[in-house]
Design a protein around this ligand. Structure first.
Ligand code: ADP
Ligand code: MG
Length: 321
């Protein structure tokens, strides 16, 4: 059972994703060398940019040189903390998870990890998933992000089933609809901050497309880095950044593909408490000002309480708070 803590805006104007299923079939084996990036290796041949999923940030926002959005996000009020209201989100679910089961085989024995998860995520919602280490939080998030497939049950994204998509379609979905951030950032050490943020676009586009639009992409990446307060670190490499700065780079990178949803797996798990609060504030700011839907996994209850709603996992099942 889920605990709903606060009802807030639901944007039901988002279009469906019929284009997800227009891709050519390609059932090749997934490689997930860097889970922060979707590595289809080539641009989707079917859709022009104009048909890609509605962006989180509009072009006009990217071209507003006067805005200091980074500052405003970093100083977003925390007065929006989860209320104790029992109201549930009633809008169309962006993600709907039903009877999800997942286990891993160890020494020829199946170890159940997720044991019948039912939950949904509404558009515009900021949802936390809490639970002790080993309770299945990451497994659930990875399934939602199509990094893995369930043994049983279904996951729908905007009403379309995504749990057993072929590899190319999963890549497409992650490239265009899902942003992910992780506890250990998964930045590419040889690349600068700016290059790391641009990496998903480089991977998504063909070389020709990338070079044709590189100025726009660069502006977009710089805008996102301003949004996360890193304008002064564009040329630094990850080894020259603090943990909080690296996580901010990874947030900007997750946003560069204009995702519909941000999935965050213990995004502050490796950070001190002050930096953690800043990152949580940043996520809340993105949710409020950019209407970004967020699912954040954490084992830190106070952090989770900053979200609209909390789901608690115990031994692979959702339990009441
Ligand atoms: P959490 O994120 O809540 O700490 P996880 O979802 O990472 O938990 O893991 C849940 C359980 O599944 C743990 O006992 C873990 O050891 C096991 N597990 C996770 N991934 C694998 C894997 N690839 N192979 C075998 N066991 C795994
Ligand atoms: Mg985990």
């Amino acid at each position: 059972m889920e605990r709903s803590l606060k009802k807030k805006r639901i944007d039901s104007s988002e279009p469906d994703l019929p284009q997800l299923f227009n891709l050519s079939e390609n059932d090749d084996v997934d490689t997930e060398d860097n889970p922060g990036l979707s590595n289809s290796g080539s641009r989707n041949p079917v859709l022009p940019d104009s048909e890609l999923i509605n962006p989180v940030l509009s072009d006009s926002e990217f071209s507003d040189p006067g805005a200091s959005a980074g500052d405003s996000l970093l100083t977003t009020s925390t007065s929006t903390k989860a209320s104790t209201s029992s109201l549930r989100h009633t809008g169309t679910a962006m993600i709907a998870v039903a009877n999800l089961h997942k286990g891993y085989v160890k020494a020829k024995k199946m170890i159940p990890v997720l044991r019948g998860i039912d939950m949904d995520v509404a558009q515009g919602e900021y949802l936390s998933i809490v639970g002790q280490s080993g309770s299945g939080k990451s497994t659930l998030l990875h399934l939602m992000g199509t990094l893995d497939v369930p043994d049983q049950g279904t996951i729908h994204f905007d009403g379309q089933r995504i749990d057993h998509l072929p590899s190319a379609k999963r890549d497409y979905l992650r490239n265009h609809c899902i942003g992910m951030i992780f506890q250990f950032y998964h930045l590419i050490p040889e690349m600068t901050t700016l290059e790391n943020v641009l990496a998903p676009i480089m991977i998504r586009d063909s070389i020709f497309d990338y070079f044709a639009h590189r100025r726009t992409y660069r502006q977009k990446a710089e805008h996102l880095l301003e949004l996360v307060g890193l304008t002064h670190r564009l040329k630094h490499r990850p080894s020259e950044l603090s943990g909080g700065e690296m996580q901010r780079v990874s947030i900007a990178r997750a946003l560069v593909g204009d995702p519909r949803i941000l999935l965050a797996d213990e995004p502050t798990g490796n950070l001190d408490s002050k930096t953690s609060r800043e990152i949580i504030k940043l996520l809340r700011g993105l949710n409020e000002t950019q209407k970004l839907t967020i699912v954040m996994v954490t084992h830190d209850l106070p952090q989770a309480q900053d979200a609209d709603r909390i789901i608690r996992l115990v031994d692979g099942q959702i339990v009441p708070e």
